[in-house]
Design a protein around this ligand. Structure first.
Ligand code: NAD
Length: 498
């Protein structure tokens, strides 16, 4: 069985911890690899390698740094199928879905290709007699990223191209559940000409993360994952004096107004609710039709489609969704459906106990549709992160907006309507970071930034795009005066620019 190793200073190593964890193929339930688990010693070695690489890398001109991104883009385009297969083998998503992940990751690489222009500073001449001021953004040093299982390529690449092109060195601590993509990302960067030590990969779980938080030479942490861990990393990281951005979980609602094209809304809900088996932080997990009639029309369309979902392994070109990530995730999702049923939701399509012929040991959950979900139910309050769509019927547009604004999460949301006034009002008043108007999964393009509100994010910066440049750099302002402008005599008052 293969062993997935750390990559430190450009070299693969099993490290010193002696610990490892099994990686599964979720479609078959088979063990496919062991991933080594790092702790303090491996983090120490990675930070050392990154620190050694930092002076030369940060002094490399932004244009030369962006050459690596151009080369990476070419490698990724050439190897897109390999990347997608690597994702699917351990995550389980369909090949087409994995290719979509690759293309969204490429957007960030492309944005980083233009870094030289984006890092241009500000200059003000004659702010005082013979005095000029420049403002520039400098890299932080060694920064780290801790990433979730659900986008093993895209989420690391939300961070790495931006951090590196800004002049930092990076340590990636990917999910231990699908770790091969991280090593492939490294290999592609190496092929693109990245010097050793600029990017390092330390595999592991809590111990490795805690070592990164504790390390005094790690200047910043980027985290994407569940809300309890996001909050933990944000609070511990800030207490340790680091800059932290921590993106957490979600419960994304889609409002369907009575005037919406109901077939389009049903199409949107199928893709956004069940694509990637619902394991997306931007998945729509709650449909909020306004009015009983709208709800009935929607349900009428959804039931046969959820029943007919094509579920299969990533190698099946007809599959619309694959398995969930682990046996534990499968059991947790099934138990949430049972909780919903106990609390009074109507299970219109039941995905519990789903079996796929030839893949009996895989981690499958069938598409599930719950109707008559109410605000107080656990299935509504908590993130399920599986192929479960809840329908919560609202009496009015105001009630629907109120519902979303009260929810603890605020990652994404959407409204389906033909009413421009309602759409405009919704986009202004809704307490959510990413909003779609007739767009079910409004993930911003690579030259905007991604980030939710409320319990879906901790820290001031969104991820990738312009926000990433602020996160991965710090401001330096230089005020200069040359001898011809200097008056003789000491000045004891606070300097005035006059
Ligand atoms: P997770 O929180 O379990 O794990 C994320 C990372 O944290 C992994 O690298 C893991 O090793 C590490 N980790 C886990 N437990 C830890 C602990 N106790 N201490 C320190 N580190 C720990 O998340 P996941 O299950 O891999 O991913 C799914 C979650 O991520 C969902 O909640 C989803 O909504 C969220 N997510 C959010 C976004 C976003 O942009 N907001 C994007 C993708 C996923």
């Amino acid at each position: 069985m293969t062993t997935i190793q750390h990559i430190i200073g450009g070299k693969r190593t099993s490290g010193a911890s002696g610990k490892a964890q099994t990686v599964y193929n979720p479609a078959t339930g088979e063990e496919v690899a062991q991933v080594v688990l790092g702790a303090t010693a491996e983090v120490e070695a990675a930070v050392m390698a990154a620190k050694q690489a930092f002076p030369a890398w940060s002094a490399t001109s932004p244009a030369k740094r962006s050459n690596v991104m151009f080369a990476l883009r070419a490698v990724m385009l050439r190897r897109a199928d390999d990347i997608a297969s690597t994702i699917s083998a351990e995550h389980g998503k369909t090949h087409e879905d994995a290719l979509g992940e690759v293309s969204r990751a490429l957007e960030v690489v492309e944005y980083a290709c233009g870094i030289a222009d984006k890092l241009k500073g500000d200059f003000s001449r004659d702010v005082g007699p013979g005095i000029d001021t420049t403002a520039e953004r400098q890299p932080l040093g060694v920064v780290a990223g801790i990433t979730p299982f659900n986008f093993p390529t895209m989420v690391p690449l939300w961070m790495i191209p931006m951090a590196l092109s800004c002049g930092n060195c990076f340590i990636l601590k990917p999910s231990e559940r699908d770790p091969s993509s991280a090593n492939l990302i490294f290999d592609m960067f190496q092929e693109a000409g990245l010097p050793d030590g600029v990017l390092n990969v330390v595999h592991g779980g809590k111990e490795a993360v805690d070592a990164l938080i504790a390390h005094k030479d790690v200047s910043a942490l980027s985290f994407v994952g569940s809300t309890p861990i996001a909050h933990y990393i944000y609070s511990q990281g800030c207490a340790a004096g680091k800059r932290v951005q921590a993106l957490g979980g979600a419960k994304n609602h889609m409002i369907i107004l009575p005037d919406a094209d109901i077939d389009q809304a049903a199409d949107a809900l199928m893709g956004a609710g069940f694509g990637s088996a619902g394991e997306r932080c931007m998945a729509i997990s709650v449909a909020v039709p306004v009015g009983e009639e709208t709800a009935d029309r929607l349900i009428e369309r959804l039931v046969p489609r959820v029943q007919a979902l094509k579920i299969g392994p990533s190698t099946d070109p007809d599959a619309e969704m694959g398995p969930v990530i682990t046996r534990e995730a499968q059991q947790r999702i099934e138990s949430m459906i049972s909780t919903g049923e106990r609390e009074g939701a109507k299970v219109l399509v039941d995905g519990r106990g789903f079996k796929l012929q030839g893949y009996e040991n895989g981690f499958w959950v069938g598409g599930t549709l719950l109707d008559r979900v109410t605000e107080d139910m656990t299935v509504y309050q908590q993130e399920i992160f599986g192929p479960v769509l809840s329908v919560l019927r609202a009496d009015s547009y105001e009630a629907a907006v109120d519902l979303i604004n009260k929810h603890q999460y605020g990652n994404g949301t959407a409204i389906f309507t033909r009413d421009g006034d309602a759409a405009r009002d919704f986009s202004r008043r809704i307490q959510v970071g990413m909003v779609g108007i007739n767009v079910p999964i409004p993930v911003p393009v690579g030259y905007h930034s991604f980030g939710g509100w409320k319990q879906s994010i901790f820290g001031a910066h969104g991820i990738y795009g312009p926000e990433a440049i602020h996160f991965y750099t710090r401001l330096k302002t230089v005020t200069s005066r040359w001898p011809t402008g200097i008056r003789s005599g000491a000045e004891f008052t606070f300097p005035r620019m006059g």
